[in-house]
Design a protein around this ligand. Structure first.
Ligand code: HSE
Length: 440
């Protein structure tokens, strides 16, 4: 899959690889800092120096804590796609639309290699970009788009390339994992911890991208494209973590579980793919339960490779910059792995609905207590064929709750009963239903 003879990067195999960086936020400045910290190491590993020659960002006046005076400044990022002294465009602006989309497509059209950390762009337009990259014979690399500093793309696209994976997934969003960890450990509320995650540079510009599950979905769509086949992003089933409260984290722990936002994809016997993002209960003793704060973890499962897990910092300046520079080193070495690791299909596939997935569920109902209520609720869900494994009453600061753990139930069945539970006289707000996931 490595093609060393047709990229514009062969301009000089020993002269500097000249970089134009669009976007000087956390990651862009991190890349400049890393290259300044390790010029000899990165040059030795690449076989040539990595040299930033041009930059572009929205606000030229902002003090970013780094001297940028040696670089050619472009107010218009699209100029980097045409700059004759730029070999590689490094797109770190984010966003699936323009200017990121225009910059990446124009750079590829102009024969310039691209490195990006833009997961929304690859998740939504990856197949078109793969086709453009293949047609122009110009590489587009995106290690930093998935799980920050964790080499998730390399693991799936290269490390286990020989195996027909059956499942992959894990914790793919540092902000949500940080929020859930801190809420559980400190009892602080959601908004308070989210603000802290933003201050630490983990969260997206619009944090709803993180907390509503979309960022995890972007990363899962990319990994699914690498492991199985490219998928239509809007066919993913996506739920975020807004409905999770500190009482759920507490109840889950009492039951022997921890709540994590997981992105999981499966390949079926006929190569059909199902993929979903949802907060799940994982056993306290599982590996995933040990992955806290802004750390991410990805597990793959295949008939030859077995289960394989990597974990590390999924967000933040240093880890994400490391992933960007790893791509630059690969490009400087003359590598060109196709975007999906294989020729792109004409169109992405549609994911299977997840309704046929079967697992136990955790249900939490906020209730106005009356005698026999738990039995009434168990009977109501029992009419739909849902069997109760365990149920309990709780009282916390004057509010009453009923929690139920079900026997394995189809997701479609479980979801169909939720509106009836919500309408029950004693139920005070929308019930929470979380899958109990048994990943390692
Ligand atoms: N907002 C993302 C996260 C950044 O929290 O994981 C890294 O992709």
């Amino acid at each position: 899959m490595t093609n060393t003879d047709s990229t514009p990067l062969k301009r000089s195999s020993t002269g500097p690889l000249r970089l134009g960086i669009a976007g000087l936020g956390t990651v862009g400045i991190g890349v400049i800092r890393l290259l300044r910290a390790h010029p000899a190491l990165t040059a030795t590993r690449t076989g040539r120096p990595l040299e930033v020659v041009a930059v572009s960002a929205r606000n030229r006046q902002r003090d970013r804590g780094e001297d940028l005076s040696a670089f050619h400044w472009y107010d218009d990022p699209l100029a980097l796609a045409h700059a004759p002294d730029v070999d590689v465009v490094v797109e770190l602006m984010g966003g699936a639309g323009d200017p990121a989309y225009a910059l990446v497509t124009r750079a590829l059209e102009n024969g310039k290699a691209v490195v990006t950390a833009n997961k929304a762009l690859i998740a939504l337009h990856g197949n078109d970009l793969a086709r453009l990259s293949a047609r122009k014979k110009v590489p587009l690399y995106f290690e930093a788009a998935v799980a920050g500093g964790v080499p998730a793309v390399k693991m799936v696209r290269e490390g286990v390339a020989g195996d027909a994976l059956t499942q992959l997934g894990g914790i793919l969003n540092g902000t949500c994992n940080y929020i859930l960890t801190q809420m559980e450990e400190t009892g602080r509320d959601f908004a308070d911890v989210l603000k802290e995650a933003q201050d630490m540079g983990y969260a997206e510009a619009d944090p709803s991208t993180d907390v509503d599950g979309w960022d995890t979905a972007h990363k899962l769509a990319i990994l699914t494209g690498l492991a199985f086949q490219p998928i239509a992003f809007d066919s993913l089933d996506v739920q975020g973590i807004r409905a999770i409260t500190t009482v759920d984290l507490h109840f889950a722990k009492e039951l022997g579980y921890r709540i994590k936002l997981l992105g999981v994809a499966h390949r079926g016997q006929n190569n059909e793919v199902s993929a979903s993002v949802q907060p799940c209960l994982v056993p306290l003793k599982s590996g995933l339960a040990q992955v806290g704060n802004a750390f991410n973890a990805l597990t793959t499962e295949g008939p030859f490779s077995g289960p394989l897990t990597i974990s590390g910092q999924g967000a933040g300046e240093g880890p994400t910059a490391t992933a960007v520079v790893a791509d630059l080193i690969d490009l400087g070495r003359g590598h060109h792995v196709p975007l999906w690791g294989a020729p792109p299909p004409e169109k992405p596939a549609i994911c299977q609905p997840i309704g046929q997935d079967e697992s136990p569920f955790y249900l939490r109902l906020t209730v106005k207590e009356h005698a026999g209520l738990a039995k009434e609720i168990s009977e109501l869900i029992g009419k739909h064929g849902i069997k109760t494994q365990h149920s309990a009453h709780h009282n916390s600061t004057g509010t009453s709750y009923i929690t139920i753990v079900t026997h394995p139930t189809l997701t479609s069945t479980l979801r169909s009963v939720l509106p009836q539970l919500k309408q029950h006289d004693a139920v005070q707000e929308a019930p929470l239903a979380l899958k109990i996931e048994n990943m390692p």
